[in-house]
Design a protein around this ligand. Structure first.
Ligand code: FAD
Length: 392
């Protein structure tokens, strides 16, 4: 690690999370990943106890009131242990920051302290089978019934952690006029009972088999008249969901950049260790220039992504618009992580392809960064739009 890792408080936070990860996460990550098992609930409870789910929420709502760099450091260190562990908090960050920025006072009081304490776990249900990047085209309908409450009908997909969540943060069409596009969308905080069975037939779910990210399952969800209380309409006014979501993407993208940095860091550290131990042609492979340069290149790329991420954090903490910086950090870190984890796997030769070593886990996990929280292609559109002065 180079210098400039934040102030003393940030360094203490990094040291304490690293100690937690070495003790609680590293010993179980590969075994659970190989067995395709989810993160134990006991580990999630420990993370909640340490305050990881309320890092940036103000103390009055049960949070720790920390800055965005602290959030990135915690994320990076957790992801260094296992991407799935660094990704649990993403959900609470998305839902919590949506409520903090847009919720009514009653919603803040009802949800935020329980999200911060881990009493309420959340999941984000935005993507649909036919609609991913084109957020404004979401179709799932939320209609008010005679009692004033909503009934949801439609499908969502890729809802990660939906089984364990107590609250699904759902982007829904509250105005049936599809031509309104983004202006007809609202966010609903849909309460549910945690568990793998969901509540069929009103809410059904099935896990999607994936190549990585094994510690959390992503679900296809079917809503067939599932209820949501009217008081859980985020901000209390319909038609604001798209704008609320776009503003919150800054946090989510910064956090995703930090997840990519942590995953790449883990792969680099594993390769560095292996290169110093593996003997070929009578020397350690770390003595071959091509391997030395792979390691040097990886360390340089990781550091560049880390600095860009912290820069986006610093910008976010000044309170100004940070979508350009967050987008740059996310896309750069995502693409860096794919390159670095692939090259670090190469350092292991055949063992890199074996489940005996975690190099393949880092590589499988890293592939998702270019896809979720806005694909790389969409990120470049956001960046280009800002550079070219597009409206928005
Ligand atoms: C493991 C995993 C976990 C996920 N977790 C969640 C979650 O918890 N909650 C949630 O809501 N979603 C989640 N997602 C969904 C993810 O956010 C979407 O997959 C992503 O937004 C892309 O949408 P799509 O898959 O429908 O692809 P599409 O939007 O169909 O895109 C397909 C391809 O076309 C490109 N493309 C699309 N539009 C444009 C354009 N305008 N210009 C240029 N290229 C374009 C894309 O970049 C991509 O390469 C998850 C996905 C994965 C893989």
């Amino acid at each position: 690690m180079l210098s400039h890792d934040g102030d003393d408080e940030h360094q203490q936070i990094r040291a304490s999370v690293r100690e937690f990860v070495e003790r609680e996460v590293v010993p179980i990550a590969s075994e659970l990943d190989n067995a395709e098992e989810e993160i134990p609930l006991s580990l999630i409870a420990k993370m909640a106890e340490l305050g990881y789910f309320g890092l940036i929420f103000p103390a009055e709502y049960g949070g720790m009131g920390l800055d965005t760099i602290a959030m990135a450091i915690v994320t990076e260190e957790l992801s260094r242990g296992w991407l799935s562990v660094g990704s649990v908090m993403t959900r609470m960050l998305i839902t919590g920051s949506l409520i903090l920025a847009n919720g009514t006072e009653a919603q803040k009081k009802k949800f935020l302290p329980k999200i911060a304490s881990g009493e309420l776990l959340t999941a984000a249900a935005f993507t649909e089978p036919d609609v991913g990047s084109d957020t404004a085209a979401m179709k799932l309908r939320a209609e008010r019934g005679p009692d004033g409450n909503y009934r949801l009908n439609g499908e969502k997909t890729w809802c990660t952690f939906a089984n364990r969540a107590h609250v699904l943060t759902v982007l829904a069409r509250t105005n049936p006029d599809a031509s309104l596009r983004h202006k007809g969308l609202s966010i609903l905080l849909v309460e549910k009972t945690p568990g793998d069975r969901f509540s069929p037939p009103e809410l059904s779910g099935s896990a999607i088999p994936t190549i990585g990210y094994k510690g959390m399952k992503s679900y296809s969800l079917g809503f067939d008249g599932y209820p949501c209380a009217a008081e859980n309409l985020l901000g209390g006014v319909e038609g604001k969901g798209f704008y609320q979501l776009m503003a919150t993407y800054e946090y989510a993208r910064i956090q995703t950049a930090a997840r990519a940095v942590g995953t790449a860091q883990a792969s680099y550290e594993a390769a560095l260790k292996y290169a110093k131990e593996r003997i070929q042609f009578g020397k350690t492979i770390a003595e071959f220039q091509v391997i030395r340069h792979k390691l040097a290149h990886a360390a340089t790329e990781i550091e560049a992504a880390r600095r860009l991420t912290y820069y986006a954090c610093a910008r976010k903490d000044t309170g100004v618009r940070a979508d350009l910086e967050a987008g740059m950090a996310k896309v750069f870190a995502a693409e860096m992580a794919e390159r670095v984890t692939s090259e670090m796997l190469q350092v292991f030769g055949g063992y890199g392809y074996s489940r005996e070593y975690p190099a393949q886990r880092f590589w499988r996990d890293a592939r998702v960064f270019r896809i979720f929280e806005g694909t790389s292609e969409i990120q470049y559109e956001v960046i280009a739009g800002r550079l070219l002065g597009d409206k928005g």
